[in-house]
Design a protein around this ligand. Sequence first.
Ligand code: E4P
Length: 218
Amino acid sequence: MKFFIDTANLDHIQEAQALGVLDGVTTNPSLMAKEGITGRDNILKHYQKICEIVDGDVSAEVISTDFEGMVKEGEELAKLHPQIVVKIPMIKEGIKAIKYFADKGIKTNCTLVFSCGQALLAAKAGATYVSPFIGRLDDVSTDGLLLINEIREIYNNFNFETEILAASVRHTMHVVNCAKIGADVMTGPLSAIEGLVKHPLTDNGLKKFLEDAKSLAV
Ligand code: E4P
């Protein structure tokens, strides 16, 4: 399973990249706003900075909601850097834009997916990634992981090449369960990635090994 980090924070991206397990980055307008990035030029520069830090795909979201606007924005974003993936919302105009970009060989990430029907449509249109938001489903007492499971089954039935990008991951158990189900990618905060390291038995075990090592006089 690929690990993407879901942030526009350059320090967090650098930290995850330094771990050596990072495969890409996802951003959205809310994450850009959180970092105080404003103005089209600054936003584009920020995407470029992100692409310089990581080796993999970097999702950059369009703000337009009509086909022509999404195409114009998406083409501008795609030209920025070969690693850019155009992130497009799951709406009717978005489906048309995904198909347009698929025909041109430009990668897309279909975002704001909350149902199997939406995921099926995204795959039919040729999306590179489909992003079911599991945390936001859990927030409204609906099983986000069940959705990943069902999409996996549908995509396997027809050998769809669209990758399931489990989004809105909030914690380590989301990551582990997505891996069990067979999500192709997960995107989450740095804490969800670094949290995988933690186990008290590891810490206690290492403490004891280091204490005993002192008696070895090496
Ligand atoms: C997906 O790519 C989104 O950026 C993201 O995962 C949304 O997560 P949130 O529900 O924590 O905002």
